[in-house]
Design a protein around this ligand. Structure first.
Ligand SMILES: [Mn+2]
Length: 424
């Protein structure tokens, strides 16, 4: 659907304009003694996993408005990620959701992914929905359930997800637990916590030695009075109890309004317990909007902590994933925008003069501290992001290229207007 020569022809049309922007930016950065080659390579190396559930149109409980041509099979989901990766050279991984994406034939799936240069990032379990044919129900919880047989179902499901992931070369399991209570008195906080910890210990023991367990937290929804793992402190506590392979996963939308997420990132890295990220944006709650569409400065500040943490702590090897989905955009266009915004925030964070910032902090020069950060944030780095993408063989403007090549229309022609993806 998308040939190399198409991208080359598209880039030729856009090259002159790009060259002008890039030479202007490149010269300005060089004057600040910034090593352009290192910067371009760092931005080019950054890969963000695409969640299999975001390739279809999302929805709310009020409805869904799919555009058609959505991937119905795991093969088609991988092909869609392949298209994104061909355009932006930064989406070289997919994060699968089990049981929505169980492979029928591992060899076929692995060779397709290989062909498209796609790796398998963290696999995600699902104990927030009842599965067809199951005798037990997760209505009142899964890993924390009062009934041991329900807990065992949820534990075994997570072990199965690990087994699927092993066959795909995945190296991490993400657990997001919907468990909690909707009304005061419904659940013993201590009992639910202890049962969850014991269930997680059982799952942890099933992890291969080179795997990570990513524990995601969320303050509310679907439970509205209490969640068993509501915040980063609880996730950190559990990860510490479980052992070295267990870490905390930060989903940007899983915080109460105005939480200082960059501080959480910083402290988790200091404690060597930050395992991964779910990028999205929100105004009120877990809105799962396009990354950086509302709070680009917050995203930049988070990346400042990540860049710093990577240099100054031993916390490394993070899983970068998008977790966004909604009902009024073409999901692939949305993902292209999200990836671009992540790379822009990362590139800006790489521009921060950390030596200058440290010395300003040492002198309590508050105005200088703010200026140093904002100087980087206000630099337009789009030409840098485009240059790194271009050098790797991607499109100079991935979103425009997606439109120019009429990819959605071609997908509709191929798969049908009624083709709907599984997922949220
Ligand atoms: Mn998430």
């Amino acid at each position: 659907m998308l040939k190399k020569e198409n991208i080359t022809a598209f880039n030729e049309l856009n090259f002159e304009a790009h060259k002008r922007s890039w030479s202007f930016l490149g010269e300005n950065l060089s004057n600040k003694n910034i090593d352009l080659e290192t910067l371009i390579n760092k931005v080019g190396d950054f890969q963000i996993a695409i969640p299999s559930w975001a390739l279809g149109t999302g929805g709310t409980r009020f409805g869904r408005f799919p555009e058609g041509g959505e991937p119905k099979t795991l093969e088609d989901k991988i092909r869609d990620v392949g298209l994104l990766h061909a355009l932006n050279q930064s989406s070289g991984a997919i994060s699968l959701h089990i049981p929505w994406d169980i492979p029928n034939n591992y060899d076929k799936i692995n060779s397709l992914a290989n062909e498209l240069n796609i790796k398998f990032d963290a696999v995600n379990s699902n104990t927030f929905q009842d599965q067809p044919g199951s005798e037990n129900s997760y209505k009142f919880g899964s890993l924390s359930h009062v009934d041991k047989s329900v807990r065992l179902d949820a534990i075994n499901h997570n072990k199965e997800v690990i087994d699927h992931g092993i066959k795909l070369g995945s190296k991490a399991l993400t657990i997001w637990l919907a468990d909690g209570s909707c009304f005061p008195g419904q659940q013993s906080f201590r009992g639910a916590f202890q049962r969850t910890l014991e269930s997680l210990q059982d799952i942890y023991n099933h992890l291969p030695s080179d795997w990570k367990l990513l524990i995601e937290y969320k303050p509310y929804e679907p439970n509205f009075y209490s969640m068993v793992i509501p915040d980063w402190g609880t996730s950190y506590l559990i990860a510490s109890e479980l052992g070295e392979k267990a870490t905390t996963l930060v989903d940007l939308g899983h915080h109460l309004p105005n939480t200082n997420i960059e501080q959480i990132v910083s402290i988790l890295m200091h404690l060597n317990k930050l395992g991964g990220f779910h990028f999205n944006d929100s105004k009120y709650g877990d809105d799962d909007l396009t990354v950086g569409s509302l709070r680009p400065y917050q995203l930049f500040l988070i990346f400042c902590e990540l860049v710093n943490g990577e240099k100054e702590t031993s916390n490394s090897d993070l899983s970068w994933m998008i977790d966004a989905s909604h009902n009024i955009k073409d999901p692939m266009e949305d993902l292209l925008q999200s990836v671009e915004t992540i790379k822009i925030a990362y590139a800006k964070a790489l521009l921060v003069d950390n030596n200058k910032l440290k010395s300003a902090q040492q002198k309590n020069d508050v105005a200088a501290c703010q200026s140093i950060l904002q100087d980087a944030f206000r630099t337009d780095v789009r030409a840098l992001v485009n240059e790194s993408c271009y050098r790797l063989g991607g499109a100079l403007d991935p979103l425009n290229a997606f439109r120019k090549f009429k990819i959605r229309q071609k997908l509709i022609d191929q798969r049908g207007v009624d083709s709907k993806s599984t997922g949220l």
